[in-house]
Design a protein around this ligand. Structure first.
Ligand code: 6R9
Length: 655
């Protein structure tokens, strides 16, 4: 089927359930969007009241993208507590409603848990008391390195209740990556578990944490949750979370926090150097997470919402925990993977819990599409109303399969473009308001003003049917505020290239109708299975190996992962390439960063194409990795053009 056929098919009314009109229809969208950009103060003063304030705000927006003076504040004189917004304010009206449905990795071994808002209150208060007893107070940092278990949500909300800042490290990251993040934010406590079951296997989180802590201050305490009960080592700095929670008080008064006090730090990959600590606020972030959750997924009270992400990524922060719980929703927390025990797991869980909104990544859709429609058809998906996609561009085939096989042609697909830095959705269709186009993120959410710039000159490109880099003209409440303890890096990374604009790092096209299509990163960030990876990080891991002299890493098209990792490696003088060494380097990168960073292809490169000034010409390396070397462009500036022929002759990806 061509894209045009798909477009025609997709031009159906997006929401067909007339008994429940969408929160925002096409007319509402036009009117509200205009107000959100013409009179942001009035618009956000109203939306800011979605959440409860201890002291109401007077000032709404106080933001500047001016070069050398980037300063972002929303609702700055208000005070609130994020955990009270996610729990306490629901107790009277829906204390006995399920807040979190926890679905274990192996459904044949354990049953799902239903945690009510009252239960959540009890556990979060207990955890807050445990953390306080360990010395955590307002403004302190706590690193969370946990499986997808309820304790991860308790820990996040307990930090928010105290006013401590959490920093979650994805459980798939290595001890080195964990240690760097503990040190990076100078955490007082790290919360972990004995093991993380996933897809039938177990990751030894506690032992990883022990290794990480060898490189951290002795004063860092470790709070250990029992998940599997399998044996682990125990040291003087370890504290038994389950035992401490059992005896802790179930009452803890939420702290009054300034709207601009940081809620969390989340490390993310960029095009240069080591990952950056993205800092999010309390007030603006929560307003934005709650609003996008309600409107983009057309969430209505009583709905069951499932975002399949991990809380180690921003998607899990905004759309498993903060957005849904601020809205009093029932949110699913899934410990497993899409293909365990079999390729029907997602659909079995959807049917079992009567999921209404389902939100996942294109890489998962492509993998399940490969397994065949029979895995979907076995299950009753009649409660599904809205489907979501996030993390990378979705190709039309996957979109169509998601639409037809999963949504039975009745569920609008919201293709949500956003980033760790943006806190919540930026460009997305709205169910019931947007005529869908497969593969397009389509239109800006309220308050978001996208502009397309000419990449080299930085000139704004007006009109439709144009392509360039995606920037944003003015602030929105969910925007990151700074890089942890490095405001200069924040300004340089996001406001340095195009003065006066936030630069996303993505390319985009605005089509003839004014709809936006994301064309992918224009910097040295690659997107592997929806996970962001800086090529610089993989390169620095590779050159840390004693036998590696130099390395250059690029992305290449991969059927399931979207992009795969292609590494060119130059060995030290005297070292011989071999399959064993290739394996050794793969394992090396896994241990330095984590399994998601393992190169898919390693090519031995006697030399890398460099300019006379020594700059690696990545454009050429990308072309060779894509198996497309017909148009390598100008290679005359290379110091030694012959290396290119060698690289072409020995290329690893012959598609
Ligand atoms: C939420 C999240 C951000 C990068 C972003 C872009 C890519 C995310 C997308 C998408 C096309 C979409 N991306 N959503 N590309 N269509 N719907 O993924 O955050 O991990 O920070 O990644 O992901 O390249 O710049 P993060």
């Amino acid at each position: 089927m061509t894209t045009e056929d798909l477009l025609n098919k997709a031009s159906q009314p997006a929401t067909q359930d007339t008994s429940r009109p969408p929160h925002v229809n096409a007319q509402d969208y036009a009117r509200m969007y205009a107000e959100s950009v013409n009179d942001p103060d009035a618009f956000w003063a109203r939306e800011g009241k979605r959440i409860d304030w201890i002291k109401p705000f007077q000032t709404v927006k106080n933001t500047s993208f001016a070069p050398g003076n980037v300063d972002i504040r929303w609702f700055e004189d208000g005070t609130l507590n994020v955990s009270a917004n996610c729990i306490d304010r629901h107790l009277e009206t829906r204390g006995d409603q399920t807040a979190i449905i926890w679905e274990p990795d192996d459904p044949n071994k354990e049953a799902a848990l239903h945690i009510t808002y009252k239960d959540l209150h009890t556990s979060v208060c207990k955890m807050a008391n445990v953390l306080t007893d360990l010395g955590v107070s307002k403004g302190d940092r706590v690193v969370i390195y946990l499986p997808m278990i309820p304790e991860a949500a308790y820990a996040m909300l307990a930090c928010a209740r105290i006013g401590a800042i959490h920093s979650i490290v994805f459980a798939g990251f290595s001890p080195d990556a964990l240690g760097a993040r503990i040190n990076g934010c100078d955490a007082k406590v790290v919360i972990t578990a004995d093991y993380a079951p996933r897809g039938g296997r177990e990751t030894p989180l506690k032992s990883n944490t022990d290794t990480a802590l060898l490189h951290c201050k002795d004063s860092v305490k470790c709070l250990v949750v029992k998940r599997t009960g399998s044996q682990t080592t125990w040291t003087d700095r370890d504290h038994d979370c389950n035992a401490l929670m059992a005896s802790a008080s179930d009452d803890f008064a939420p702290a009054a926090m300034g709207a601009e006090d940081p809620l969390f730090i989340l490390y993310t990959s960029g095009s240069t150097g080591q990952p950056k600590g993205v800092v999010h606020s309390s007030g603006g972030y929560l307003v934005y997470a709650a609003m996008t959750h309600e409107i983009v997924f057309d969430y209505h009270q009583g709905d069951v919402f499932w975002c399949t992400a991990d809380v180690g990524w921003v998607t899990g922060h905004s759309y498993i925990v903060y957005g849904p719980l601020a809205n009093g929703a029932t949110t699913i927390m899934f410990e497993g993977v899409p293909t365990f025990p079999d390729a029907g797991r997602f659909w079995e869980v959807c049917a079992k819990h009567k999921v209404n909104q389902f939100y996942t990544a294109p890489t998962a859709i492509r993998a399940l599409m490969g397994a065949g429609p029979e895995w979907v058809e076995k299950h009753d998906l009649s409660d599904l109303r809205v489907l979501g996609s996030v993390g990378e561009p979705i190709n039309p085939e996957a979109w169509n399969w998601y639409n037809e096989v999963v949504g039975k042609g009745n569920c609008p697909i919201v293709d949500t473009f956003w980033q760790t830095e943006t806190g919540g959705h930026m460009l997305t269709p709205l169910p019931g308001a947007t005529q869908l186009k497969p593969g397009a993120a389509q239109q800006p959410f309220f308050g978001v003003q996208p502009v397309v710039l000419e990449p080299t000159s930085g000139e704004v490109i007006e009109g439709n049917g144009v392509e360039g880099v995606l920037c944003i003209k003015d602030s929105w409440p969910g925007q990151m505020r700074t890089v942890w303890q490095d405001h200069e890096r924040f300004e340089k990374t996001y406001f340095g290239d195009y003065k006066g604009y936030y630069f996303s790092g993505d390319g985009c096209r605005r089509d003839e109708d004014g709809d936006y299509w994301i064309t992918g990163r224009v910097d040295d960030v690659i997107n592997v299975s929806g996970h962001r990876m800086g090529t610089a990080e993989v390169e620095s891991a590779l050159v840390a190996h004693a036998k590696v002299a130099e390395s250059a890493v690029v992305g290449y098209p991969h059927d399931v992962k979207g992009q795969g990792i292609y590494a060119y490696v130059t060995l030290m003088n005297g070292e011989e390439p071999s399959d064993e060494l290739r394996k050794e380097l793969e394992v090396w990168v896994r241990t330095e960063i984590g399994p998601i960073a393992k190169p898919d292809l390693i090519q031995w490169a006697p030399g890398l194409p460099k300019t006379r000034s020594g700059k690696i010409m990545r454009r050429i390396l990308r072309k060779i990795a894509e198996d497309d070397f017909s148009a390598l462009g100008d290679t005359s500036t290379l110091a030694d053009p012959s290396v290119v022929d060698d690289l072409i002759n020995n290329r690893m990806n012959r598609s």
